[in-house]
Design a protein around this ligand. Structure first.
Ligand code: BG6
Length: 493
């Protein structure tokens, strides 16, 4: 069997009429099709579509995304639709027949990807139904792709995992964290480990603190009914933010291979100092936005005024936290993380703040000395910048901060995170997906915060939409003698 053929696959996509499929998955699949991947897609959803209506929908989603080329007709011909109530066990028989037929028709080597872009309550029943209908005893390889949230806490995630493992082996499960598909998140390891000048100082001797921000300008919009039961802690901290912490803090893996990399990430997650009810109160801030004015002048509603949000909602739309990683490399270095909706800018950045140079008596006249900062710009700009001090360009004394910038804009081939991740899945590379122990440790950490919020009278701090979060988020750093570095100005309007 040739390499190319072994990458051929049927993609059975549950949730094919959903928002994620339209906005992200179809454009990603179209790019993969252009890169010579051989696949056919069976879109599965409840609606009573036929193949043609479904294809038209796929086409429209591509047109909203870009100008599809002449090959788009051939591309959408590979899309088929199967209407199914996912809980109805008997109906899976027809799905199997269709999958078997397409397998022959497109020479897909019996390989199958089951992509569950569904509400998490359906993960377990769908997986079991796939097995009962014989869809998972295919002749080639099989892989399960699941979107988050993977459970609601450690216990429900464990139960879900046990069920899924009845059908799929851990090596066949691809848990998506789309941040792991982002160019600059993937770049963290290269920046760190391929540059001895950084790796040599990447520790508590030289680093004062690390700040990771992922801010959004959007509110909750149409996702309110999901979000009001989730909040920023589960929606962003449990997955994307802790993954970025793990990548920033991990030791070099013994080899750059999937399991070795994951092992190192797990060690970081295991070393995060556990939070108790008492320490949550002074290490974690929870916030919720109120009505305010966005930087573009739009006046926007407060969270509790949004449609489908409970008027008394205590859901967190913002979280800031201080973590410590109790290992040899990081002892004593605070990691500050923050994420929220309706903030000043859409931006994800990792700021590594180095320790100060000795100011006195050596630099008595250098009032402007700033700490060195290495900033990894994840989005919207992709790049890296390094802040240094240089002599003022004049005959007088003193220093000025200068910045060395690398910007990746224009160099990316435009591949989206989803395109990279689906391509990896087709190739059987699960490095940029989360392994079960990573998920479990992340839940354990997040659960300790959720428990304290529930059981202790910990305030929900309000912040005006269009700001960088509540005052308490700034106080969190101020009490350690630090402050959040302003987000880099971006090209975003
Ligand atoms: C998702 C969250 O995982 O990530 C959303 O569910 C959030 O609430 C999104 O908006 C942010 O992703 P990105 O790629 O736009 O930073």
């Amino acid at each position: 069997m040739s390499e190319v053929n072994n990458n051929a696959t049927t993609i059975i996509l549950f949730g094919a009429t959903g928002d994620l499929a339209r906005r992200k998955l179809y454009p990603a699949l179209y790019s993969l099709y252009k890169k010579q991947n051989n696949f056919a897609v069976i879109g599965v959803a409840r609606r009573d579509y036929d193949h043609d209506v479904f294809r038209q929908n796929v086409l429209e989603s591509l047109q909203n995304h870009s100008n599809p080329g002449d090959d788009v007709e051939d591309f959408i011909e590979r899309f088929y639709y199967y209407s199914l109530d996912v809980k109805e066990t008997k109906a899976y028989g027809g799905l199997k027949e269709l999958a078997d037929k397409l397998d022959q028709q497109y020479d897909l080597q019996g390989n199958r990807i089951f992509y569950l872009s569904l509400a998490p309550d359906f993960f377990a029943p769908v997986t079991l139904n796939l097995k009962d209908a014989g869809l998972t005893t295919n002749t080639g390889w099989k892989r399960l792709v699941i979107e988050k949230p993977f459970g609601r806490d450690l216990q429900s995630a464990t139960e879900l995992n046990d069920t899924i493992h009845q059908v799929f082996d851990e090596s066949e499960i691809y848990r998506i964290d789309h941040y792991l598909g982002k160019e600059m998140v993937q770049n963290i390891q290269v920046i760190r480990f391929a540059n001895p000048i950084f790796e040599g100082i990447w520790n508590n001797r030289y680093i004062s603190n690390i700040q990771i921000t992922s801010s959004e300008t959007l509110g909750v919009g149409e996702r309110a009914s999901y979000y009001d039961h989730t909040g920023a802690l589960m929606d962003m901290i449990q997955n994307h933010m802790l993954q970025m912490v793990a990548l920033t803090a991990m030791e070099p893996p013994s080899r750059f291979v999937t399991e070795d990399i994951r092992d190192e990430k797990v060690k970081v997650l295991r070393s995060i100092r556990p939070l108790t009810d008492a320490t949550v109160a002074n290490s974690v801030v929870r916030g919720q936005y109120t009505r305010g004015t966005m930087p573009n002048g739009d006046v926007v509603k407060g969270y509790r005024e949004e449609e489908n949000v409970n008027e008394q909602s205590m859901t967190d739309t913002f979280v800031a936290a201080r973590l410590f990683i109790d290992n040899f490399r990081w002892a004593g270095v605070p990691f500050y993380i923050r994420t929220g909706k309706r903030m000043t800018a859409k931006s994800t950045e990792i700021v590594v703040q180095f320790k100060d140079a000795p100011k006195r008596p050596y630099f008595n006249n250098f009032n402007d000395l700033q700490p060195n900062l290495l900033v990894i710009h994840v989005q919207p700009d992709e790049g890296l910048s390094l802040k240094l001090n240089a002599k003022k360009f004049s005959t007088g004394g003193g220093s000025i901060p200068i910045t060395m910038n690398f910007s990746n804009t224009n160099q990316d081939d435009g591949a989206s995170a989803y395109e990279r991740l689906i391509q990896d899945c087709i190739h059987g590379d699960s490095t940029n997906f989360t392994r079960w122990d990573e998920v479990a440790l992340s839940w354990q950490f997040v659960d300790s915060i959720a428990k304290a919020w529930k059981e202790r009278n910990i305030p929900l701090d309000r912040y005006e939409a269009g700001t960088m979060g509540p005052a308490s988020s700034h106080e969190l750093l101020a009490k350690d003698g630090h402050h959040w570095w302003p987000l880099t100005k971006t090209t975003e309007k």
